[in-house]
Design a protein around this ligand. Structure first.
Ligand code: PLP
Length: 438
């Protein structure tokens, strides 16, 4: 598409006047109008092209404008655009079968929602009704969505603006070796001590009152925290000991992000409920859902489930999920994402830590990486906001768009980025750190 700066200016003005934007002080933002995208690139109306390290909100796993995916939405729109949940419909039925087919043995049913927050709302509702218990344990370093229940589950500061919130949620500390709450010095120690802390939290809350523990298997927005050896397995064992359900929030970590369909596969952990969204259809149409174990589903075999949505299993959304999963299978997207992490992103991002004092920690897997930037490697004091902004601007000036979260640069490109493009992006990040990171 050719650049049209006048259109860009008009979009900017209309947006500033009328669009109320998520998580923002409305007068302090000036969003770049996006005109289009292809693969791992997007561009604005002035014709500036950016190599995308964000996948938007870590959801465009198949990249922009995948022809088979856009065609599937168009084809579905030509058949029927929307059918109430009380009817059966082809795309919904096929999408549920496809998603359930990717989940561990025994998780066979799918409740569709419009996104991740609603998925978590319903996973928790199911867990409470199934167990007859009220409390839910969630991690402080988590983001689970912004509806009333999901923001109560969320542990990070974005929750504060919604408090006092829905009761019944208790937060605990998960593992994070670089800033350990447990004075641990090895991954094994961090894992063991985080499990002891969780065991103590459960004892103090009364495990017989706890319906579920909800976790992001790899923590996303709060730092790309890959669990240390034994941690997820240990949480599963604690749940089993006390009849507590394990809900894994795979909204960000699912569908290729970690080089697996679901991140929990890396540790062989089988949850009772999986919430998903984002990568399930690369966000081409809003979609999320919960994959439900046979045991939990059976609770609602003859008792109606007290929850629903007009768009549960929307025809265009589920058609895009069927297509997205088919594309990932046919194109080897999951294997490619794993190889990107092992061969290109992992080694090359780690090399940045050798060249730049400011890089305190590098962690991740697949296409799910974070660089943690520090003002001082010994004290690990986070790089201040103005210097993070300088790094971000130095990236943007070079045509690479990073995802800056606090003192971290998240490197989370579409799974379809090529090895060459990924290497190019890291090289540009290298230059940006050399210019602005010191
Ligand atoms: N859970 C996780 C792990 C997420 O990363 C997000 C969004 O970033 C959500 C839930 C909320 O999803 P949504 O914004 O689609 O409601």
């Amino acid at each position: 598409a050719s650049a049209d700066s006048a259109l860009g200016t008009r979009i900017r003005e209309l947006s500033r006047a009328h669009v109320f934007t998520s998580w923002s002080a409305q007068q302090e933002i000036d969003p770049v109008p996006i005109a289009g995208g292809k693969g791992a690139w997007f561009w604005d109306h002035d014709g500036r092209r950016f190599l995308d390290l964000t996948s938007q909100l870590v959801n465009v796993n198949l990249g922009y404008q995948h022809p088979r995916l856009t065609a599937a939405v168009q084809e579905a729109a030509g058949r029927i655009t929307t059918v109430a949940p009380s009817f059966a419909e082809q795309s919904r039925a096929e999408a549920a079968a496809a998603v359930a087919g990717l989940a561990p043995e025994g998780l066979d049913k799918v409740f569709f929602t419009n996104g991740g927050a609603e998925a978590n709302e319903n996973a928790v509702r199911m867990a409470r009704l199934h167990t007859g218990r009220s409390k839910v344990l969630a991690s402080y370093r988590s983001y689970h969505g912004a509806t009333a229940g999901a923001i109560a589950l969320t542990g990070e500061p974005r929750r504060w603006g919604s408090e006092p919130s829905v009761p019944g949620v208790v937060h605990f500390w998960g593992p994070y070796l670089y800033r350990s709450e447990f004075w641990a010095t090895t991954p094994e120690e961090e894992s063991e001590r985080a499990l002891t802390h969780l065991r103590h939290t459960l004892a103090a809350e009364g495990p017989q009152h706890v319906a579920a523990i909800i976790l992001e298997p790899v923590v996303g927005s709060n730092g790309i925290l890959v669990p240390p050896p034994g941690y997820l397995e240990g949480v599963r064992a604690l749940c089993d000991e006390h009849g507590i359900l394990l809900i894994l929030d795979e909204v960000m970590s699912g569908f290729g992000r970690t080089g697996a369909w679901f991140a929990a596969e890396h540790w062989g952990v089988r949850p009772d409920l999986i919430s998903f969204a984002k990568g399930v259809n690369s966000g081409y149409v809003p979609l999320g859902g919960v994959v439900i174990s046979a045991e939990v589903a059976a609770t609602f075999d003859h008792t109606p489930y007290p929850g629903g949505l007009t768009y549960s299993g929307h025809a265009l959304a589920t058609a895009s999920a069927v297509a997205a999963i088919g594309i990932m299978q046919d194109e080897g997207t999951i294997e490619h994402a794993a190889a990107l992490g092992e061969q290109t992103l992992g080694p090359q991002l780690r090399a940045l830590a050798e060249r730049h004092e400011v890089v305190g920690d590098v962690r991740g897997l697949g296409v799910f990486w974070a660089l943690e930037l520090v003002a001082d490697r010994t004290t690990r004091e986070p790089l201040p906001a103005d210097r993070m902004k300088a790094v971000q601007q130095a990236c943007v000036a070079r045509g690479v768009w990073p995802l800056v979260m606090g003192n971290r640069v998240h490197v989370v490109p579409p799974c379809v980025i090529t090895h060459e493009e990924a290497a190019q992006a890291v090289a540009l990040l290298d230059e940006a750190l050399a210019e602005a990171g010191r």
